[in-house]
Write a protein that binds this ligand. Structure first.
Ligand SMILES: NC(=O)c1ccc[n+]([C@@H]2O[C@H](COP(=O)([O-])OP(=O)(O)OC[C@H]3O[C@@H](n4cnc5c(N)ncnc54)[C@H](O)[C@@H]3O)[C@@H](O)[C@H]2O)c1
Ligand SMILES: [Zn+2]
Length: 367
């Protein structure tokens, strides 16, 4: 049996998140949206296409007006306007109109691009998220942030646009390679650290089961993660205030992602950014030294980096200033007042950031 959560928008029911271990209930969930008279375009990437697109296309066939599949090469480097242009072209060719539907089948990259195409094609067409990575299931598929990178700057162009349904099949996580699976853990940890100390403790207690991808543990972890995100995005859907807390680890994380030319995954960069932010929180005397080291070391069993080679802290500092979290010259930095309570801080100095970067900089011992 599947579990569900409803996400509110401006206090009104907006869309359901369905947590399941198969795609068995997907068709009945889509039928609730009335798909029989609609064309559906399933958007996916080259990796996910080979794994799940046939199942999903077969499931849709005969149950909607027409189905088309759009596949683009997997990878963050394709989260661009060029891919969106290709989607528009296909939709125009296939005569999609505003009552038709897009489905995002894949990770955060597929979800962000599809959501943006949906938000902008004919000024808005419905879309559904079928997230297949841990990042997408625990974070990116909910909350309505859509967009693409521009000139290497993360998520520079985008829109807030809500899906009509999010359907998660947790068993799809089994085909993720270790690197991508563990990357997702960084965003899960983020949710515990910023809002829910009990969830953070639960994660500490379930390291083995999570690494082993025990399905029941993953279901609980993803549901709890989504509940935290739900609380935040319902209060502040368009990031006028506290939604910014979800950017914990992302100011420095996004800068490293760009600096390293996307050779590190988003989650790996978020882990490094979270460690840097926890370090600054310790230096502000909000976290104890023990808490800081516990947070840092928590990433180790998940194969996430806790230090990084070949970085130039000055250049990364410059990049943090071009991130969207900067307001004029002042960086909106997310720090931890304590474990489970993040705050928006505008007092972090260049020197704080340089010291935090020195902390995560891996320097080879030359002895
Ligand atoms: N919109 C938001 O609120 C939000 C939040 C967090 C992250 N993001 C964005 O999400 C992106 C990162 O997400 P991601 O890590 O899911 O990236 P991704 O979509 O690139 O997926 C990572 C890799 O896993 C592969 N993959 C996907 N599902 C698979 C499966 N079930 N089995 C095997 N391989 C599979 C993909 O093909 C890809 O190669 C970044 O662009 C980030 O900015 C957005
Ligand atoms: Zn993120």
């Amino acid at each position: 049996m599947s579990e569900r959560l409803n996400i509110l928008y401006e206090k009104k029911p907006c869309y359901d998140i369905v947590f399941s271990s198969s795609y068995d209930e997907l068709l009945s969930e889509l039928n609730v949206l009335g798909i029989s008279e609609r064309k559906i375009c399933v958007i996916t990437d080259s990796t996910v296409a080979g794994l799940y697109s046939e199942d999903i296309m077969n499931l849709l066939k005969g149950n909607c007006k027409n189905t088309v599949l759009f596949t683009f090469p997997a990878g963050e480097e394709n989260k661009t306007l060029l891919t969106v242009k290709d989607i528009y072209e296909l939709l125009i060719k296939e005569k999609f109109d505003r009552k038709d539907l897009l489905i995002a089948l894949g990770g955060g990259v597929v979800g962000d691009i599809t959501g943006f195409a949906a938000a902008t094609y004919l000024r808005g067409i419905d879309f559904v998220q079928i997230p297949t990575t841990l990042i997408a299931q625990s974070d990116s598929s909910i909350g309505g942030k859509t967009g693409v990178d521009f000139d290497g700057y993360k998520n520079m162009v985008g829109a807030f646009y809500m899906p009509k349904l999010v359907y998660m099949n947790v068993s799809a996580l089994k085909t993720l390679d270790d690197r991508q699976f563990f990357s997702g853990f960084a965003e899960v940890m983020k949710h515990g650290l910023i809002k829910d100390a009990l969830f953070y403790e639960w994660l500490l207690d379930h390291i083995y089961e999570i690494c082993d991808r025990d399905e029941e543990t993953l279901l609980e972890m993803i549901e709890r993660s989504c509940k935290i995100k739900k609380l935040i995005v319902e209060k502040d859907p368009t990031e006028k205030g506290d939604r910014a807390l979800l950017n914990f680890g992302h100011t420095i994380g996004h800068a490293i992602e760009k600096y390293k030319n996307f050779s590190f995954t988003h989650g790996e960069c978020v882990a490094l950014g979270a460690i840097a932010a926890a370090f600054i929180s310790w230096k502000h005397e909000w976290l104890s030294m023990e808490e800081y080291y516990e947070i840092r070391d928590m990433f180790v069993p998940f194969n996430l980096p806790i230090s990084i080679q070949d970085i130039n802290p000055d250049e990364i500092l410059e990049l943090t200033k071009s991130d969207k979290k900067a307001e004029g010259d002042c960086i909106k930095f997310i720090l931890l007042k304590k474990v489970g309570k993040a705050v928006i801080d505008r007092t972090v100095t260049d020197d704080d950031i340089i010291k935090a970067l020195a902390e995560i900089q891996y320097v080879e011992d030359c002895e």
